[in-house]
Design a protein. Structure first.
Length: 206
């Protein structure tokens, strides 16, 4: 296996997302909901970076390109909004939130998103033979209607590596996905801190 030197998963997912974006009918430029909209994470609530501060972007309508490949058609016909976060280095994050009509629909959406994330490693490898992808489950969290935490690592044939953490949580009719990524592998993932971030994200939904 090639030596791990730098990240690949965010780039892989972003590029793949560009190819499937046309099939994802969530309006990329839609305005976020104004009334009774869920609150988003602040920069200070993300896993601490050892050498850089987090900067929070504005809430936008649609689905961030970095998540389109892994979440795929699970978000078809749903209006969503997201907030991007970045550091001055290689670490970035996003929070995506979707409000649906009923608790039952939200439960089904959360289940579908978890399944899409679990199967994403296989779809990445199928889409690009130059990429190896591995999935790891980090279990569930007892917050509101529950949350699940996932890990995804990719490595290219030329040695580029990236580690990503993703979580899906629900509170009533609202589902949120939190995504964190940087160069590295599973040993570089701040799992405990990310679980705290996920818990905060779900608690802030309403």
């Amino acid at each position: 296996m090639p030596k791990r030197t730098r990240a690949g998963a965010v780039t892989v997912c972003a590029l793949a997302g560009l190819t499937v974006g046309a099939a994802l009918t969530v309006p990329a430029g839609a305005a976020p909901q104004a009334a009774n909209s869920p609150r988003f994470l602040s920069a200070s609530e993300l896993p601490p970076h050892p050498s850089s501060t987090w900067t929070a972007g504005k809430v936008k309508g649609g689905v961030p390109v970095e998540l389109r490949f892994c979440l795929g058609d699970a978000l078809l016909a749903h209006d969503s909004s997201y907030r991007p976060f970045r550091t001055d280095l290689d670490t970035s994050a996003r929070q995506l939130t979707v409000v649906v009509g009923t608790n039952a629909k939200a439960k089904a959406l959360a289940s579908s998103l978890n399944k899409h994330i679990k199967s994403c490693a296989g779809r990445i490898e199928a889409a690009d033979p130059e990429v190896e992808a591995r999935y790891k489950s980090y279990g569930s969290l007892p917050v509101e209607e529950g949350a699940r935490v996932h890990g995804l690592h990719t490595e290219t044939s030329w040695g580029a590596t990236d580690i990503g953490l993703l979580s899906v949580g629900r509170d009533g009719r609202t589902v949120t996905v939190v995504d964190w990524s940087q160069m590295g592998d599973f040993s570089d993932a701040p799992v405990a801190a990310f679980k705290k971030t996920t818990t905060k994200a779900v608690n802030k939904l309403y």
